[in-house]
Design a protein. Structure first.
Length: 370
């Protein structure tokens, strides 16, 4: 029997890039589910690693539901706040702690008492906040901004990231001690293309969901459409599959989704090849390019290469910050800093915050993942 995880209010949620359903038909998915359910009853901090749209929050919710905890499940997107705001959101503040703090407010750690706090995109946390998060995990106490009184917190922490934190540690963007504290139990959520046994089951689920919304009945996938879904690379993972099925139901005829009804890009699912061959070829091409650049007059070569890399990656990802950061192996906060410096981020794209960012802090150096 297919195991299915969904959000409790998934039919009323606004559009987002997160996955709204998980099934466990693929052997890799079943192994992950079994691992999550073994970890759930413990107090161990859990780190969930996976691309955007693979279902990290659904796994975190399932861990909470299987834990027996009486408190709530609260989810916080660490990449949605500025450096000043994220500290107040996580740890709370006292009245008058900063301009605009008219009254005291508990942070997310206090609000999640006796429950589970899910920190999504934990790799986006600024280093200054990482230090305070580490202290909370070690001492099980928070200190609100503007206060000196510690407050005991009884909360289970589950964190998630779409970047490789070990590479962020090597690049100096993430604290090694915090990484080891978070990764007591690590769950690796594979991209959808790497668990093909889940693809058609998820497609059938979304056909049921959107058929009810559209007033359709007994809609089926053709054989050619099923083959196309299985052969596609799914760069947007489960969220992209949901969008593809939704659109196909709108335009299909006679209760049958044909291959032409699927709005798929020309990206086939890659077959497994020896990993060293493409990597070596790519390295050789890069080295030849660098040799040509070395023969030119010196013109701040590192800055030129860095700027070209960021511009190319941002263009390749269609100006999507989350995908660009994941491609480069850096956090979104680091990426934003360099996008602003290069004039690639319009003012309207930056997040509003009650406090102005300290202009005295220069941009952090860019370190691409090794």
């Amino acid at each position: 029997m297919t195991r299915l995880l969904t959000f409790p209010d998934s039919q009323h949620q606004v559009l987002s890039i997160r996955a709204k359903a998980l099934v466990f038909d693929d052997p890799a998915s079943r192994a992950l589910l079994a691992q999550a359910e073994r970890v759930a009853p413990s107090d161990a901090t859990v780190l969930i690693i996976g691309e955007t749209g693979t279902g990290k929050e659904l796994i975190a919710r399932h861990i909470h539901n299987c834990s027996g905890r009486r408190g709530p499940f609260l989810a916080v997107n660490c990449g949605a706040f500025t450096e000043q705001l994220v500290e107040a959101e996580l740890f709370g503040h006292e009245a008058g702690a900063y301009t605009g703090a008219a009254s005291a407010r508990a942070g997310w750690f206090e609000a999640a008492a006796d429950g589970t706090l899910f920190l999504d995109e934990v790799g986006d946390l600024p280093l200054s906040v990482q230090v305070k998060l580490l202290r909370v995990l070690q001492e099980r106490q928070v200190v609100r901004i503007g206060s000196r009184k510690p407050i005991d917190v009884r909360v289970r922490l589950v964190a998630a990231t779409n970047v490789r934190l070990e590479q962020a540690v090597a690049a100096g963007h993430f604290r090694a001690d915090l990484y080891y504290r978070l990764s007591v139990a690590t769950l690796q959520l594979s991209p959808l293309a790497q668990r093909p046994g889940d693809i058609l089951a998820l497609a059938e689920h979304f056909i049921g969901v959107y058929s009810r919304r559209l007033g359709l009945s007994d809609v089926r996938l053709s054989g050619e459409a099923s083959d196309a879904l299985l052969d596609y690379a799914w760069p947007g993972n489960i969220r992209e599959l949901e969008n593809v099925i939704h659109y196909a139901l709108i335009i299909c005829r006679d209760g049958r989704i044909a291959r032409d009804d699927l709005q798929l890009h020309a990206v086939a699912r890659p077959h497994l090849l020896p990993a060293e061959a493409p990597v070596a070829a790519g390295d050789d091409a890069l080295e030849r390019l660098f040799e040509r650049l070395f023969d030119e007059p010196p013109q701040a070569l590192q800055a030129r290469v860095e700027a070209a890399l960021i511009r190319s990656a941002y263009r390749h990802c269609h100006q999507n910050q989350v995908h660009t950061a994941a491609l480069l192996g850096v956090t979104r906060n680091v990426l934003r800093t360099h996008l602003k410096r290069l004039g690639l981020l319009p003012p309207g794209r930056t997040a509003a915050a009650p406090l102005a960012r300290d202009a005295a802090h220069p941009p952090a150096p860019f370190h691409a993942a090794a």
